[in-house]
Write a protein of this length. Structure first.
Length: 332
């Protein structure tokens, strides 16, 4: 979400017709955009959030865009757009969730209430848009998502397979680890924070432990270096709201292999290779297929074409168009 907000704000600042205020919880959050006016407020989960709209009414805003759905909208005098990135937590319980969050995600009734009391809902993919339409009749704007800008070109000069993300059950890391048993000449690099307990569970039955490396949290520089050298990025998730690493890898010319799910079909199109969920043998087969230089070149060409569908400028413009639609004003 942080990257989404940062890139959207950066593009909105380029639109002269938009006067943008940032709602932040502490002064440190203003460092990235010192030119913007800002309002310091409470955390979204604070009881004070119930009075948020009352505090904001005095500014005379036309619209407030919240990058999450926790926002106090009662008694507002402005258009309120809440964002829903995905509905994953309602289908796959997050590991280590507190009792408070387990109760919240045990039913969609709280989410439905947030959505129902919004003037519009923003989301980042058609897949999630369809899911929201099943529980709400509120206007939905598909804002989209995009890769950050960086100059990296994949060389594929290692046999390192890269995964970056979380380690919740829906991420389906198990199928990736099992596939390694049939890929004796490959190394699996797992980037992202993972608890020692979770590592032990994931590696319990693996015959490839010595070729599976948990890198922990990495910075952007290390991420770019991995995209430059790795053989392929693998995304085995059962569900995603978008799957940002897919297009970031494509931006680096790195081949992508995804689980065959609606969201990856939407985002990757024909620019990735796919494997059936919970089928490590098919995943291993697709990795082997990428050893053919001709296929790697073809996938790179398709990726370059696919990337043209995604830009942060387009995302910002879609958000503005959605706001104007809700305000019943002509779009810019």
């Amino acid at each position: 979400m942080t990257r989404f907000v940062t890139e959207i704000v950066r593009e909105l600042n380029k639109i002269s017709e938009v006067e943008l205020f940032l709602l932040v919880t502490n002064i440190d959050q203003t460092v990235t955009f010192p030119e913007n006016k800002y309002i310091i407020s409470n955390w979204p989960t604070s009881p004070l959030e119930f009075f948020q709209s009352l505090r904001l009414n005095k500014y005379g805003f036309d619209a407030v865009f919240s990058p999450h759905y926790f926002f106090g909208g009662a008694f507002r005098k402005f258009i309120l757009i809440r964002t829903v990135f995905d509905l994953i937590a309602f289908r796959y319980p997050y590991i280590g969730s507190s009792l408070q969050w387990k109760l919240f995600y045990s039913t969609k009734c709280f989410l439905k209430r947030f959505i129902h009391h919004s003037d519009g809902i923003a989301t980042i993919s058609e897949t999630v848009k369809k899911q929201i339409e099943e529980i709400s009749d509120r206007p939905i704007g598909m804002i989209g998502c995009a890769s950050m800008s960086f100059e990296v070109q994949n060389r594929g000069n290692t046999k390192n397979l890269l995964y970056i993300g979380r380690y919740e059950s829906y991420k389906n890391i198990e199928v990736l680890i099992h596939a390694m048993d049939g890929l004796e000449d490959y190394t699996l690099l797992l980037a992202g924070n993972c608890s020692e307990q979770r590592k032990s569970i994931l590696l319990k039955d693996s015959r490839s432990k010595d070729r599976i490396l948990f890198l922990g949290r990495i910075d952007d520089g290390e991420y770019f270096r991995l995209l430059e050298s790795c053989f392929a990025l693998v995304m085995p998730s059962k569900d995603e709201g978008f799957g940002l690493p897919v297009i970031e890898a494509m931006n680096a010319g790195c081949p992508v292999i995804c689980s065959d799910t609606p969201i990856f079909r939407e985002v990757a199109g024909d620019a990735a290779l796919f494997f059936a969920l919970d089928n490590p043998h098919e995943l291993a087969k697709q990795i082997r297929a990428l050893e053919a230089p001709d296929l790697r070149q073809t996938m790179g060409e398709k990726a370059s074409f696919n990337l043209k569908r995604f830009s942060w400028k387009t995302c910002a413009n879609e958000l503005i168009r959605f706001i104007h639609k809700l305000l019943e004003k002509p779009a810019l």
